[in-house]
Design a protein around this ligand. Sequence first.
Ligand code: NAD
Length: 299
Amino acid sequence: MSGTIAFIGLGNMGAPMAANLIEAGYTLTVFDLVEQAMADAAALGAKQAGSAAAAAKDAEIVISMLPAGRHVADLYMGEGGLLDAVGKGTLLVDCSTIDAETSRQVAEAATERGLSMIDAPVSGGVNGAKAGGLTFMVGGEAEAVERASPLFDVMGKTYFHAGPAGAGQVAKMCNNMLLGILMTGTSEAINLAVANGLDPAVVSEIMKNASGGNWALNVYNPYPGVMDNAPASNGYKPGFGVDLMLKDLGLAMDSSLKNGVATPLGSMARNLYSVHSQSGHGGDDFSSIFNLLKGQSLD
Ligand code: NAD
């Protein structure tokens, strides 16, 4: 592509994703509500815009990476929203993790205006975003997915076309419910091992190579000091916030109620993350759930 990419939302994930696109030679115009986030992107070569609509006006592709459904609905369909600001051929790619229903609504509204839109939430965490190693789970028309694929190749290691609009969000919701359960279970197991006198690094290595192995043990150990580049070794910052995990588990619980599907472990994980958030840890990385379990154990 020869045109500009508008990148909206330069937080923990958006900033490194945008940085990789700039590094790969794409021309970016960026917008975030936080001035510093835009200044950081500008230092790498991006052009700053005064609003999301200004960033998107002449863009060939718009990428958004915002916290939740209400932000995405507002960005595209609110007053001065992007659906009415972009040119006809613009491709819209929302990488935020949001509820599938909002995602479908925005995509439908885009289609009504003759625009292509895909949902493309990601997995891989902040380190995955920095390394260009994300996994994209994509919903939408095959042609639009194909058009966005060179960008997925820069920001990620792989992408999957899950189905029509909203399907990427459904896949992501299920994945993150499993992740919340796995992070809680991994924390529980390490906490029990340490209470029994085992070295957390040793027991983590054992479980990693045994039948309890999982992503948290492989790249995101919740015990401080076991893994140098994991948020746990940096005071549980930055990373994937407790409140973002709580949001994702809430999406899964809404869907389980709506569809009458049993998700007892997802429900338990959501309760634990809710308690943890209400104790003042909403902004910490989600692996800090380890501290909730540790705090509830006898010394
Ligand atoms: P974040 O809170 O760090 O960043 C969100 C950014 O969006 C902030 O910079 C904020 O200022 C900006 N923003 C909010 N509303 C805006 C608006 N209207 N216009 C412009 N900018 C706006 O969040 P994050 O960790 O980067 O996560 C973003 C999304 O990616 C979330 O949906 C999250 O669930 C998902 N996600 C996060 C991770 C992770 O490890 N952090 C991993 C996978 C997916």
